[in-house]
Design a protein around this ligand. Structure first.
Ligand code: NAD
Length: 249
């Protein structure tokens, strides 16, 4: 089925990581030129090589980008536009957690998680919105988390990921008149290569399985398929939504 994506350009922050890379690969397979923007040059280079190997003819551009820094975001998005054309699809995916109980959490743990998840998404949206508005088309996908509903040890991360859903809903209402949709995805624990390498992976997997209707963990492609869906014409009339990719929790 034609998803009506051929010739579009997507920017994926945290594009060197597991979910960003899988999302970029699925978009590239539909004819989207993809810009991977990440603080890790090494991760981006590996992602680019993997996508080019798996998707013959894929157009993949990489540029160092710290989403918390406006100058870095401006430089990266300008370079992506020169290399691939204006960004039609933005996937705000860069993020990480810094888990601690609140009594042990220090201000820096709070600030850094909010800076990357929330301010990072704000910075990147501002980089692409004027162009999307001018062209009367845009798709923004924000990577939240099931932690938005509150996880022990994640007050900083839960607050930031819940905030991202609020931002998604507000921006959807501001940008809808320009045919720009803005949606969020809330994955539960994803069995990425990094998670699988943890010594306590078996314990984490066993516990997660007891919580879900579908007794397995997600992998990064379970999430990437929803990125593709929100980016494609299948979701043309869907905005201000958050889809849980949780196996039914
Ligand atoms: N893996 C999970 O279980 C899970 C569950 C729910 C939500 N998420 C969310 O999905 C997203 C991707 O997760 P992942 O598992 O692929 O993680 P990952 O660590 O594999 O990838 C994240 C990428 O973000 C990059 N990054 C970090 N700080 C950055 C910054 N300031 N600017 C630009 N890039 C930066 C990292 O270099 C890394 O390549 C994150 O937002 C995460 O919070 C993950």
């Amino acid at each position: 089925m034609d998803m009506n994506l051929t010739g579009r350009t997507a920017a994926i922050t945290g594009g060197g990581g597991a979910i960003g890379r899988a999302s970029a690969k699925m978009l590239a397979a539909e004819g989207v030129a993809v810009a991977l923007l990440d603080v890790s040059e090494e991760a981006m280079a590996a992602a680019k090589a993997e996508i080019e190997a798996d998707v013959p003819g894929a157009k993949v551009f990489t540029h160092a980008c710290d989403v918390t820094d406006v100058a870095s975001v401006t430089a990266a998005f300008d370079a992506a536009a020169v290399a691939l054309g204006p960004v039609d699809i933005l996937v705000n995916n860069a993020g990480f957690s810094r888990d601690k109980y609140m009594t042990k959490m220090v201000e820096e743990d709070w600030d850094i998680v909010h800076a990357v998840v929330l301010k990072g998404a704000f910075n990147c949206c501002r980089a692409v919105l004027p162009g999307m508005m001018e062209r009367n088309w845009g798709r923004i996908v924000n990577m939240s988390s099931m932690a938005k509903d509150g996880n022990r040890g994640q007050t900083n991360y839960s607050a930031a990921k819940a905030g991202l859903v609020g931002m998604t809903n507000a921006l959807a209402r501001e940008a809808g008149g320009f045919n720009i949709t803005c949606n969020a995805i809330a994955p539960a624990l994803v069995a990425t290569p990094r998670l699988k390498a943890r010594p306590d992976f078996d314990k984490l997997e066993a516990r997660s399985k007891t919580l879900t209707a579908l007794p397995r963990l997600a992998d990064e492609y379970d999430v990437a398929r929803v990125v593709l869906f929100f980016s494609s014409c299948l979701a043309d009339f869907i905005t201000a939504q958050c889809i849980d990719v949780s196996g039914g929790r």
